[in-house]
Design a protein around this ligand. Structure first.
Ligand code: GDP
Ligand code: MG
Length: 701
């Protein structure tokens, strides 16, 4: 398939707007779903599959490939990759990654509920990443559906630029007013009636009925004006003939969509098979191909070899290969790594460099995922612009880059963030301990901002992440995707410790067993230090002071000690440890002695320096209609928040603040009640800052 005919899209929606149903219908018309599924009896391809359900994991959740052509509209076959976008919009890293790998989005709204909080959040994120969009106003068959109201909300609440290319015929389920039965195509000025008896496969096309003519003409005039504004020549044609040729309308809608200046807007009822095929035409017609998107940018993984600030790869099979792992899905035997290929060609049987680990990963198999069968790609190679599932890599995590080892590039700078919140988790029954450990390991690979470990003191399994909601989602996934019942304890903020002033201390190890003496003495300096890493370790010994193989042992011990925690038991951060001196005796100093003496030196140094308690600070962004701004601000002040910015965005006010995580438990409930559910927020870890003295006092007992 030529790259020009590939569409990488995401379908985004507020929960219950009809994302699953619309996806189902798309898969049905594109021929990959033999049996039409229904959300309500649990038979949809994307949501349910008996095989998958048994395993409890859905491999379909990453990307599905289908094909669409429409000869009657002169559209040749196109390949559409539908990329799953996470349902929870509050967890930014994953949402942002999925927005990065798709080229365009189909935004589904419910004509009854209109624009809801979640749609606002996704819309803003899509704005930030310049993702072109088309809109689908679904559920036109429901009582209370209103095309114009929802359309107006896209303008007012989202500051969008929807352009109606259809208007509905009828609304609701009838008889009064007449039921929703079809749509008017404003471009060709035709009425389309969908026959639900044939599952919408038969479409009756007629002239626009008299009672709709005026409304259709008005709406068409707005459409023509909008496209004419994009092209001076066409504007002249429009002003002189009062019309724009159909092919020019399509062309300009495409230009406007790709530039983010407008969003062609459609309507229908996917449950009743109304309006889905025109939507597929629109995906192909207006959403960008990979070639329409700017070249991908990254940096050379080795700072010393960097020739320019940015490495750029064009979407061409002739460029060196690079791609981004955007999702890892646990499959029966091996994990499946989903990769968006940005440049070059990815071949099965090859090796790709992971610049983060500096290791080469084996690309043993390439799979394309189709809704009803997982099918191996026959060509064994995938070109720039496409998406594929890879089996073979072992040491990579979601967000990693794969690239040609001779032309390294790092697409996403991954600073693995410090986790800020933790909670204890345990399986419902003791027999499932091993299963839980296995599930947590896999989850950690799929989501590098999540970690799990066993507490040395209590033996409990502790999971850590980026926020209350993040851990809540993980807990849900363990139960839903892996069928494992778990209990969790209250989440707690993860504190860190630093030190007050520079100190030096000795650690000595001296033991005699069975006539043998083991001895080592180590001197370290411990001091506050803001380095790139949480803990910086420096070796200041002279080369002949210690055998070379013992140096890494020492350095590793210092790191482990720092991680194990300071006087209060929290991992150290913002410190530097320097190995100042060592007393080495050839016959008595072995690895064990060096370890023990190094650890003792760190302990002594900690006692000598004062404790500084650090707490996680979150970067919070709240967007709210103006009338609730006062409430939200007052509440944030009471939470020790520092408000750093406030600005209007569209018809909303956006407030940015830095606030201690310890003050933010239960914020989602609070923000809802302060704004009648209208405000939305996102929150991500910013840094660690010194905690107030009373928190430290409390902790010291
Ligand atoms: P999602 O949460 O966005 O994936 O939404 P679903 O596709 O699961 O749909 C939520 C509910 O709305 C289900 O009960 C669907 O049957 C129903 N639904 C979806 N589309 C339509 C539609 O066009 N008309 C009506 N009446 N119901 C719909
Ligand atoms: Mg769904």
């Amino acid at each position: 398939m030529v790259t020009e005919r590939i569409r990488n899209i995401g379908i985004v929606a507020h929960i219950d707007a009809g994302k699953t149903t619309t996806t189902e219908r798309i898969l049905y018309y594109t021929g990959f779903s033999h049996k039409m599924g229904d959300v309500d009896d649990g038979t949809t391809v994307t949501d349910f599959d008996p095989e998958e359900a048994k395993r409890g994991i859905t491999i379909y959740s990453a990307a599905i490939t289908c094909a669409w052509k429409n000869e009657s509209q002169g559209l040749p076959e196109h390949k559409i990759n539908i990329i799953d976008t996470p349902g929870h919009v509050d967890f930014t890293a994953e949402v942002e990654r999925s927005l990065r790998v798709l080229d365009g989005a189909l935004v589904v709204f419910s004509a009854v509920e209109g624009v809801e909080a979640q749609s606002e959040t996704v819309w803003r994120q899509a704005d930030r990443y310049h993702v072109p969009r088309i809109c689908f106003i679904n559920k036109m068959d429901r009582i209370g559906a209103d095309f114009n109201r929802t359309f107006g909300q896209i303008v007012n609440r989202l500051a969008g630029h929807p352009i109606a290319v259809q208007i509905p015929i009828g609304v609701g389920a009838g008889p009064v007013p007449p039921a929703f039965v079809g749509i008017i195509d404003l471009i060709e000025m035709k009425a389309l009636y969908f026959d639900s008896g044939t599952k919408g496969r038969e479409i009756k096309v007629t002239e626009v009925p008299d009672e709709y003519r005026e409304a259709a003409q008005e709406a068409r005039a707005e459409l023509l004006e909008a496209v004419a504004l994009l092209d001076d020549g066409i504007m002249e044609t429009y002003l002189s003939t009062d019309d724009v040729p159909v092919d020019q309308i399509h062309r300009l809608l495409r230009v406007g969509t790709i530039q983010g200046m407008l969003q062609p807007t459609f309507c229908g009822a996917s449950l009743d098979y109304i309006g889905v095929q025109p939507l597929l035409d629109a995906v192909v017609r207006y959403l960008p191909s990979p070639l329409d998107r700017p070249p991908v940018e990254g940096e050379h993984p080795n700072p010393k070899k960097r020739e320019s600030a940015h490495e750029v790869r064009k979407c061409s099979p002739k460029e060196p290969f690079c791609g981004l792992v955007f999702k890892i899905v646990a499959d029966q035997h091996a994990d499946l790594y989903f990769v968006r290929v940005y440049s070059g060609v990815l071949k099965s049987g090859s090796r790709a460099l992971n610049p983060r680990t500096d290791k080469k990963e084996l690309i043993s198999q390439l799979w394309r995922i189709q809704a009803d069968s997982r099918e191996k790609i026959e060509t064994d190679a995938v070109e720039a612009g496409d998406i594929v599932g890879v089996v073979g890599p072992k040491d990579s995590v979601s967000g990693d880059t794969f690239c040609d080892a001779h032309h390294p590039i790092l697409l996403e700078r991954i600073a693995f963030p410090e986790t800020v919140i933790s909670m204890a988790i345990e399986p419902d029954t003791n027999a499932e301990r091993k299963k839980l450990a296995d599930v947590l390991l896999r989850l950690g690979r799929q989501d590098p901002t999540f970690t799990a470990k066993i507490s040395e003191e209590t033996g409990q399994t502790i999971i850590s992440g980026m926020g209350e909601l993040h851990l809540e989602i993980i807990r849900e996934r363990i139960q839903r995707d892996f069928g494992l019942k778990v209990r969790v304890h209250k989440p707690r903020v993860s504190y860190r410790e630093s030190v007050k002033s520079p100190v030096e201390a000795n650690g000595v190890f001296h033991r005699q067993t069975a006539g043998e003496t083991h001895y080592a003495k180590v001197r370290v300096r411990l001091e506050p230090y803001a380095g790139a890493e949480a803990v910086t370790v420096i070796n200041a010994l002279k080369p002949d002071q210690l055998p070379a193989e013992l140096v890494p042992v020492m350095e590793q011990t210092l790191r482990e000690e720092a991680h194990a925690g300071g006087l209060l038991g929290h991992p150290l951060m913002k410190v530097r440890l320097t190995i100042v001196d060592v007393d080495y005796r050839r016959s008595e100093t072995n690895e064990e002695a060096i370890r023990a003496a190094s650890a003792a030196a760190v302990r002594e140094a900690l006692k000598a320096s004062g404790v500084v308690l650090l707490e996680p600070i979150m970067k919070l962004e709240v967007s709210t209609p103006d009338q609730f701004l006062g409430n939200i601000q007052a509440d944030l002040n009471a939470r020790r928040a520092m408000i750093v910015n406030m600005e209007p965005r569209g018809h909303l006010s956006v407030l940015e603040a830095n606030v201690p995580l310890s003050q933010m438990f239960g914020y989602s409930t609070q923000v809802r009640s302060l704004s009648q559910g209208r405000a939305s927020y996102s929150m991500e870890p910013l840094n660690y800052a010194e905690a107030p003295a009373e928190v430290l006092r409390e902790m010291m007992g």
